[in-house]
Design a protein. Structure first.
Ligand SMILES: Nc1ncnc2c1ncn2[C@@H]1O[C@H](COP(=O)(O)OP(=O)(O)OP(=O)(O)O)[C@@H](O)[C@H]1O
Ligand SMILES: Nc1ncnc2c1ncn2[C@@H]1O[C@H](COP(=O)(O)OP(=O)(O)OP(=O)(O)O)[C@@H](O)[C@H]1O
Ligand SMILES: [Mg+2]
Ligand SMILES: [Mg+2]
Lengths: 288, 260, 295, 391, 238
């Protein structure tokens, strides 16, 4: 696979995880330091299913996502009712526990040596279509009442409760969905790099996705997607800066957030309406 | 014609640490009735509404609504059963327009799950359109038509109160709890509010529990009034009775009520 | 013999807890007062540790000046962090959550600064910095750096509690955390108050950085230990420094016992479960104060 | 409207069959050598050693007129010790920069991850990743393009285990290793195996994690088990800590280490009293005059001490250079790979490195057993799994 | 004397006040009334420095006011803001200490006593977290906190909000008392126009960010336009 395609494919896969974080942290203000662990779960479970148990890819993917969602339900159930910073702490602990188990269960996971010999099953088509579907899903989700509920809960939980919104259920739903996104991204990555190791899924990775969401703009889906592409491509683009690379990357983020405290794109959304309107017969013009 | 009791509060007590905010309060609201709760600051009025709306569970006592005890029920359940409220300290959502704010009150009725939003099924579209229309209706009712697309939090204080009322109405409740809706309105505007509540009341067959310190609001609207002081009920009755009650005058109204 | 091993493990746990506690104070100050997770505190800690290392290793300064250098560096870096990562956002009335984002970025950036400057070699404080390293109590040993941490933690906590509860500045710091606008309406210079908060937190960060650097060896990632401060702060309970201290020590003791019984591999799993159980039965945290906004 | 960046997906286009292997390099251009290292991550210290070593060598060669009149150029890409980044970087240096050979990192996980990619891109990697999996496939056959320039972990673990049993006479051994670190795990496993095979007994097996700085819990437990010796294959950050803490807890037994102790020993970071009774295997004997000289040049240039990876890195680079020289005008990946497969002997700092065609690892490279006196490293003997070796 | 001259101000792009002129002589009570959204709070916030001046000026004794809120406070202007804005996680006592941040320690004591005497409930609850107080109690606290500084000029934005009738009267008595006994200049924004206008030395009616009527308070009470728009309910017999 060509270099550009390799990179784009990783960006697409990671963007899906970032979209999960967008729903969870951007829209709902829930900070999870364990999202990467869900990615790891997706990666390990699917890889083990395919490599050790010869399951078909699609089935393995399904199982992996379900496992991640199931664990998200458990973690969410225990922690989403209590204070928000508890959620951050609990997800952090969960992430540590998951990577701990990955390291410990050497017979199944290969431990610190990682799990290799994964076949290359992630095609560019699969990755890019998946990203498109994911974006489309989040877009629809946000436009629906779930989006408004998210905003309401984020800014005043009590008021949201007294108007009938089941805040706990909502948060759980979002958390489980975001876990599914992360897990699926993990699957795509695992079958792309063909090697996974526990160290890939630490809390720093989760934090990176949070940064991406806020960099692009937590109130803008367009911003999140573009921010995600920019920041995921940046390390490659900045290669020429050699050892300064990561520092420059950090400075870039700091500068942008300082200049645009609501993220690069603020609340701006790319709209296809003007384009669509071009194709619409004149008489059908909507009356606003 | 005797109306049936819709919310029955029995021996409600709420302690905060050593402080008894509400002490053995009993009372009820009947169908299509407006009752008032008055009393000095800190008397426990808001706390009563908080208990009814599920925000703070009573230390003891029970609240019967539709044959069920609301105590220990979560706020969203209480709302879904048909009790909506406004807040004394306004609680609006950051960055949301008036319309969006009001629409969220319909969320829990949505018939679709998150996955369906992906396909934008007709159900999703239809529901969203319907609640938009309904929400606009409530916004019109409280007179905020022009402000529908303004960010709720940037509105002047008086209008923010009306956003809260619209949001509560959008829950399509049987019982409406209003905590000082008249605060921050001038004397002419207060009259407008009274008329609004009166209209809503008769159109929607609501039951209303009302807290206010503006006597013109309470006296014009309420059929029955409970008077609280230091957490204790010190009197109840029709507006006329309460106004003449010496205990109430001493604890709450003061000798000279003409200014109020 | 078994008893001695057990006792030694208790000492080990308390020692580790003392280190965590000192790291947690500086973190908790900003966390409790300004209400956001200031991971950049880790960066402050890291830079200070290296600053102490430079004067200890290259200029051969003795312990006390080395610690002072660390403390001062901490204050300076913390103020810089405030200027770079928080000031602008605050002036533009940005939301609090962005502080978390910039603070983590700042942690990474400061880490990178260390990597660029020191990443190519391994550094440790010279062992001669501390003349006596351990105290022997019969068969038991207690490390001096840990004792130092313990004593300094207790002092830092007491001073901090006093400042926050009893002095005007301290109350103003807490007021600022509630409502910046209302604080300025009291005639308080909010900028100064916030800088003051960061200076205090930076002083503590510098102190813990040097001490941690001495007891552990140096690596540019040293700042990530701030996560222990985060854990302790959340478990401690919002608004309570005492709770944070207890939580930090408890964390140290648990870690040591779990490592000694079930091994390091499964320790995070059990810690996670314990944490969840603890949060479920005691949502108000160790300190037991819970503040609920009134409806 | 959906915020789909529609422009994002020229997806379906399969990679056109771009020549995945660079054609024979244009005459007289620089010879490009890829260098896959951690420059901004946690393993920078190890990686830099390799880069520095290669840089020194290149300067030497280029100053002497290059190879066949062509200059060598190192293209270094940062991996941040991140596997994905490493794969991207490798792909990039192969496809965009058209390097014909790559100097690999001293990190096993990256070696393991790169191996299947190298099988596709067909550009050889010579590195220091010590785990067997980096050079040998599941099937037992070597990865065609992966080469290891120092003893594999198995060999290293075996040598110190054998030394411990045979020369130090230890029976009951404790092991303390980092279960999250492939280097540590990779060394601990063969060590344990050899000890047990030789009638020894592992009476305590304790692990720690990468962020740990406090090993007292484990050491207290180990002390209670009363072993004859403790083996701790650890990274350099942890070594002084383990020495110090073991000493403080009164663990007075031989401490067996791995090749991450700095060649100069542990002064001034660690109390010499804590390091007196210690033995570890080393790829080189740092007291050999040639090495001392080179280490001095190295230090003068980079202002940091040469470590084990500097020497083995220099050897890895030397092997690459030797292959390039052998290929003459045709510095293509095919030729270089073929050359590396020939098992040519390379005289390096580590001795005579001869890459086996079946494992792509050096054939039986004896190691120096080192000890520490007054904080300084001291050579004891050369040793191979079979016993002492005289060089 | 405080003079607001041709003041324009507002939020971002929206201009709310369009050329306001107000004169506040020392020792007087000035009342500002107006409908919801007329710009009353914006006016007070501009004086306090919370809202930026777009054009025009605000002069205190002939000198321009400093630009940052805390400096304006040190020049003797204190606002009791709309919606109370007490510090919820601080205790009552600490809230009051904050109110007297710029006051000397001995003054602090006496002023605190004054506040506690005025609102005994605050003394009773001195160590309660302010956020858990009832709405009216919080309003008393906000008022008390404003008194702590002993300002030259006190800006009150709807101080009667949520107060029970008895306390309500007490607050207005307090305003008069502060004005008489401490010679405090007071700018009062109040919805309860009839009572406010009666105590005003001079009053302004704001509509859509402009002063539409002004005059001595007593005169305005009788003004038919004011009666119709702002005193509606007062005319009805309750
Ligand atoms: N969460 C809480 N913790 C401690 N005390 C509380 C809490 N909530 C309310 N209180 C106290 O309970 C008492 C009753 O408060 P409540 O808000 O019900 O009064 P209210 O009658 O609504 O007064 P107002 O007319 O001023 O709004 C007050 O003294 C208040 O300080
Ligand atoms: N933060 C803000 N951002 C944008 N517009 C605002 C903001 N605050 C107030 N406004 C607008 O400024 C105008 C004046 O508001 P202001 O709060 O000054 O009115 P007010 O006279 O105090 O009303 P009330 O009697 O309801 O308190 C209103 O149209 C309001 O929508
Ligand atoms: Mg109330
Ligand atoms: Mg106002």
């Amino acid at each position: 696979m060509s270099f550009i395609l390799t990179i784009s494919l990783s960006i697409a896969a990671y963007s899906i995880a970032v979209l999960g974080t967008f729903m969870l942290t951007g829209m709902n203000g829930l900070f999870s330091l364990g999202q990467a662990a869900f990615m790891g779960l997706g990666a390990y479970v699917s890889a083990i299913m395919v490599v050790n148990y010869n399951l078909p890819f699609a089935l393995a993917v399904l199982i992996a996502i379900l496992v991640a969602m199931g664990l998200a339900v458990l973690v969410g159930f225990a922690t989403l009712r209590i204070r928000q910073d508890f959620f951050a702490l609990a997800t952090f602990g969960f992430g540590q526990a998951v990577t701990g188990l990955m390291t410990e269960m050497v017979n199944v996971t290969g431990g610190a040596m990682g799990f290799s010999n994964i076949p290359r099953l992630t095609t560019p088509t699969l990755a890019f279509t998946s990203l498109a579907v994911a974006i489309f899903f989040v877009w629809g989700f946000r436009k629906s009442h779930f989006g408004k509920d998210s905003l309401a809960i984020r800014s005043n939980e009590l008021a949201a409760k007294v108007e009938g919104i089941d805040v706990f259920k909502h948060k759980l739903t979002v958390f489980v969905l975001s876990a599914a996104f992360a897990a699926y991204a993990g699957v795509l990555m695992a079958f792309h790099t063909r090697y996974v190791e526990p160290a890939m899924y630490g809390w720093i990775a989760s934090v990176t996705w949070i940064i991406i969401v806020f960099f692009g703009g937590r109130d803008s889906l367009t911003g999140t997607v573009l921010g995600s592409i920019i920041l995921l491509a940046a390390p490659e683009a900045l290669r020429f800066t050699t050892a300064w690379r990561t520092l420059i990357y950090c400075v870039l983020i700091l500068v942008i957030i300082n200049l645009r405290p609501r993220g690069l794109f603020g609340t701006w959304e790319l709209s296809l309406r003007p384009i669509l309107n071009l194709f619409k017969p004149k008489k059908h013009q909507e009356v606003q | 014609m005797d109306k049936a009791v819709i919310v029955d509060m029995n021996h409600l007590t709420k302690m905060f640490g050593g402080l008894c905010a509400v002490n053995d309060f009993s009372g009820h609201v009947k169908e299509n009735q407006i009752i008032g709760i008055i009393g000095p600051n800190g008397a426990g009025k808001t706390t009563i509404l908080n208990m009814v709306s599920g925000i703070c569970p009573p230390t003891s006592g029970e609240i019967i609504f539709k044959g069920k005890n609301l105590c220990g029920m979560e706020p969203h359940k209480v709302n879904q059963m048909g009790i909506a409220r406004t807040f004394q300290n306004i609680r609006l959502f950051e960055d949301m327009t008036v319309l969006d704010t009001v629409m969220t009150a319909y969320s829990w009725r949505a018939p679709y799950n998150p996955i369906e939003t992906l396909f934008s099924s007709p159900r999703v579209a239809r529901f969203d359109r319907e609640i938009k229309e309904k929400s606009m209706h409530w916004i019109n009712r409280v007179g905020l038509t022009e402000q529908a697309h303004a960010v709720a939090k940037s509105l002047p204080y008086g209008m923010q109160r009306r956003v809260e009322i619209a949001r509560a109405l959008a829950s399509e409740p049987l019982v409406l709890l209003l905590d000082e809706p008249g605060a921050g309105l001038n004397q002419t505007e207060v009259q407008g509010l009274v008329d609004l509540i009166q209209d809503l009341f008769s159109d929607l067959h609501l039951s209303i529990m009302l807290i206010d310190h503006r006597m013109e609001v309470i006296m014009q609207l309420c059929e029955w009034i409970y008077v609280q002081d230091f957490g204790k009920k010190i009197g109840q009755g029709t507006p006329e009775q309460v106004q003449k009650d010496p205990l109430v005058i001493k604890a709450y109204l003061g000798e000279d009520i003409s200014n109020a | 013999m078994q008893v001695m091993v057990l006792l030694q493990q208790v000492i080990n746990g308390l020692s580790l807890g003392a280190v965590y506690a000192l790291i947690a104070v500086g973190y908790a100050l900003v966390f409790n007062v300004l209400k956001f997770s200031n991971f950049a505190h880790g960066g402050v800690l890291g830079i200070s540790a290296y600053a102490g290392y430079i004067v200890a290793n290259q200029l051969h300064w003795p312990l006390i000046p080395v610690i002072l250098v660390g403390i001062l560096t901490g204050a300076v870096v913390a103020v810089l962090v405030e200027l770079i990562a928080f000031r602008w956002i605050r002036l533009q009335k940005g939301q609090l959550v962005y502080f978390f984002v910039t603070s983590v970025t700042m942690l990474m950036a400061l880490e990178q600064v260390l990597i660029i400057r020191f990443g190519a070699s391994f550094e440790s404080f010279p062992y001669t910095l501390l003349k006596v390293k351990v105290i022997h109590l019969g068969e038991l040993t207690v490390s001096i750096t840990y004792l130092l941490s313990l004593v300094l933690t207790i002092i830092a906590f007491s001073v901090l509690l006093y400042i926050l509860k009893k002095t005007k500045i301290g109350i103003a710091i807490r007021a600022a955390s509630n409502d910046l606008v209302a604080t300025s309406l009291m005639g308080i210079n909010v900028d100064q108050i916030i800088v003051a908060t960061f200076i205090v937190s930076g002083l503590l960060g510098g102190l813990s950085g040097v001490l941690y650097g001495i007891s552990a060896s140096l690596s540019p990632q040293i700042g990530q230990i701030v996560i222990k401060g985060f854990i302790a702060s959340v478990l401690g309970g919002l608004g309570s420094l005492k709770g944070v201290a207890i939580a930090a020590v408890a964390l140290g003791v648990f870690e040591v016992f779990l490592v000694a019984t079930i091994g390091s591999g499964l320790t995070p799993v059990v810690i996670f479960l314990l944490m969840v159980i603890f949060l479920l039965v005691r949502p108000q945290g160790f300190a037991g104060v819970s503040f609920t906004d009134k409806a | 409207a959906p915020a789909t960046p529609a422009t994002q997906a020229p997806a379906a286009v399969e990679p056109t069959k771009a020549p995945e292997v660079p054609a024979a390099a244009e005459p007289k251009g620089d010879i490009l050598i890829g260098n896959l290292q951690d420059e901004s991550g946690g393993m920078k210290a190890l990686s830099s050693a390799v880069t520095y070593a290669a840089t020194l060598k290149i300067e030497e060669i280029n100053a002497a007129g290059g190879i066949n009149g062509r200059m060598l150029k190192l293209i270094t890409y940062d991996t941040r010790s991140d596997v994905n980044e490493a794969i991207n970087a490798y792909t990039r240096m192969v496809q965009q920069d058209k390097v014909s050979i790559v100097l690999g990192p001293p990190i096993a996980n990256i070696g393991i991850a790169i191996a299947p990619v190298s099988q596709e891109l067909k550009v050889p990697v010579v590195g220091l990743f010590m785990d067997d999996k980096c050079t040998i496939q599941e099937s037992g056959a070597p990865w065609d393009y992966m080469f290891l320039a120092q003893n594999a972990a198995t060999a290293q673990g075996t040598i110190i285990a054998t030394y411990a049993v045979k020369e130090l006479g230890v029976k009951k051994v404790a092991v303390l290793y980092n279960s999250q670190n492939s280097y540590s795990v990779g060394l601990a496993n063969p060590f344990i195996k050899v000890i047990e095979e030789n009638g020894g007994e592992i009476i305590a097996k304790e692990t720690y994690t990468s962020t740990d700085k406090d090993f007292r819990a484990q050491l207290t437990k180990i002390k209670a088990a009363q072993p004859d010796a403790l083996y701790f294959p650890s990274y350099p950050v942890e070594i002084p800590l383990i020495y110090t803490q073991a000493y403080e807890l009164g663990l007075n037994i031989p401490l067996l280490g791995s090749n991450s102790v700095p060649p100069t020993g542990l002064a001034p970071s660690t109390d010499p009293a804590a390091t007196t009774n210690t033995f570890y295997p080393y790829g080189i004997n740092p007291s050999e005059p040639a090495l001392v000289d080179w280490a001095a040049t190295y230090k003068a240039k980079f202002n940091t001490d040469a470590i084990a990876q500097s020497f083995s890195g220099a050897d890895a680079f030397g092997i690459i250079v030797k292959a390039i020289e052998a290929c003459g005008d045709d510095v293509s990946s095919e030729c270089l790979t073929a050359e590396l497969n020939k098992g040519t002997e390379y005289e390096g700092f580590q001795g005579t490195v001869k890459l086996s065609a079946t494992t792509h690892q050096p054939e039986a490279l004896p190691m120096a057993i080192m000890t520490i006196k007054d904080g300084k490293a001291e050579f004891v003997t050369y040793y191979s799994p079979a016993g002492p070796v005289v060089k | 004397m405080l003079e607001v001259k041709n003041l324009h101000s507002g939020y971002n792009k929206i201009e709310v006040l369009h050329g306001i002129n107000i004169t506040v002589p020392d020792g007087k009570i000035i009342v500002v009334i107006g409908r919801n959204g007329a710009g009353k709070s914006t006016l007070l916030n501009t004086i306090s420095g919370l809202v930026k001046i777009k054009s025009g000026s605000i002069l205190l004794d002939g000198k321009k006011l400093p630009s940052s809120p805390h400096k304006i406070v040190s020049s003797g202007i204190i606002q009791v803001p709309e919606g109370r804005r007490i510090f919820p996680s601080l205790t009552i006592d600490e809230n009051l200490i904050m109110g007297g941040y710029l006051v000397s320690p001995s003054d602090l004591k006496t002023r605190k006593e004054l506040v506690y005497d005025t609102f005994p409930i605050l003394r009773e609850r001195a160590n309660q977290q302010a956020g858990t107080m009832s709405g009216g109690e919080q309003q008393m606290l906000a008022m008390g906190r404003g008194m702590m500084a002993g300002p030259k000029i006190l800006l009150l934005d709807e101080p009667s909000l949520g107060l029970a009738p008895l306390i309500f009267n007490q607050v207005f008595e307090l305003v008069k008392k502060l004005n008489h006994e401490e010679n405090m200049t007071i700018i009062l924004v109040e919805q309860n126009a009839s009572i406010a206008l009666r105590m005003a030395d001079y009053a302004y009616v704001l509509e859509n960010g402009e002063v539409v009527i002004e005059g001595p308070g007593k005169a305005l009470v009788e003004d038919p336009r004011v009666k119709a728009a702002y005193l509606g309910a007062a005319n009805k017999k309750v």
